[in-house]
Design a binder for this molecule. Sequence first.
Ligand code: TXA
Ligand code: MG
Length: 323
Amino acid sequence: MRTRILPPDERGLAEAARILRQGGLVAFPTETVYGLGAVTDDPAAVARIFEAKGRPAHNPLIAHVGSLELAHRIAVFDRRAEALAARFWPGPLTLVLPLADRRLVVPAVTAGLATVAVRMPAHPVALALLRRLGRPLAAPSANRSGRTSPTTAAHVLADLEGRIEAVVDAGPCPVGVESTVVDLSEPERVLLLRPGGLARAAIEAVVGPLARPRAEEPPRSPGLVGRHYAPTKPLRLDVDEVGPDEGLLAFGARVPPGARVTLNLSPAGDLAEAARNLFRMLRELDAHPEVRAIAVVPIPAEGLGEAIRDRLRRAARTDTPAV
Ligand code: TXA
Ligand code: MG
């Protein structure tokens, strides 16, 4: 199979929708990262997502919707969920809620769980595609499982060329890190499962303090266990000195000297700009022939810094093999 590159216009989206309706796989841009889409009501199409990514079947997918009406058909919203959706959708926030209509979302999407992760993406091309389809799309990040998420169509092709029918190319993603995932399936607490493109403080302003799952609890987000977002080269975090065979990922004006190559996430120290550049620059240093290892300066923990630090920490882990 050759993977087709579709333009983000009327004809391109009509073709993308046609392929999806027939059970095909189409990668498409969202404001966070490129997603690998398949319709949520076709078990064979959903199975192909897991196959193309090499993703373990126990790791559930996010159902993307183009309307609140569709979101309400697939998931049960309480008042907290209503408030978050009203404030932040379309946008980089995923809500884990009790699953409602099981015909619209086959068990493979939720990995058999009684909950479903739902999100309405803010990218105009993603919304246009979803609204044209009128059905939810399951869409994990469009990378091979365990690898760095794609923020351009070229990144998608680097991982999935020949494994999927098409990619809609609309240029780089404006947010650059995946959505924030919160679990609202328990009435008494809101769990932050994955920091992401919507900062914690914005969410807490609506629903109060976010809890993190306790260490002894069984994992809620199987995809968040262990090493992830991994470059193939060793990664060193919070450095203040660099070796001559290292590639440096810098942030802000204070750049340690001596690296073979230096890429700056944001010379101005802007965390949103850093998030936008993170995965592209990691890929660039990973591919650079003269760089043996990657070193990263400390990144502040506020705002989008929480998501950036989370992705870097996972990428640097060596204890669990990438899945
Ligand atoms: O920004 C994003 O969220 C991107 C774009 C394409 O929308 N998608 C994305 O999908 O990052 P993925 O599959 O790479 O990550 C989804 C995360 C996984 O860690 C998964 O375990 C978790 O959400 N998840 C999905 N359904 C869940 C559920 N029912 N309960 C708990 N966690 C769930
Ligand atoms: Mg992913």
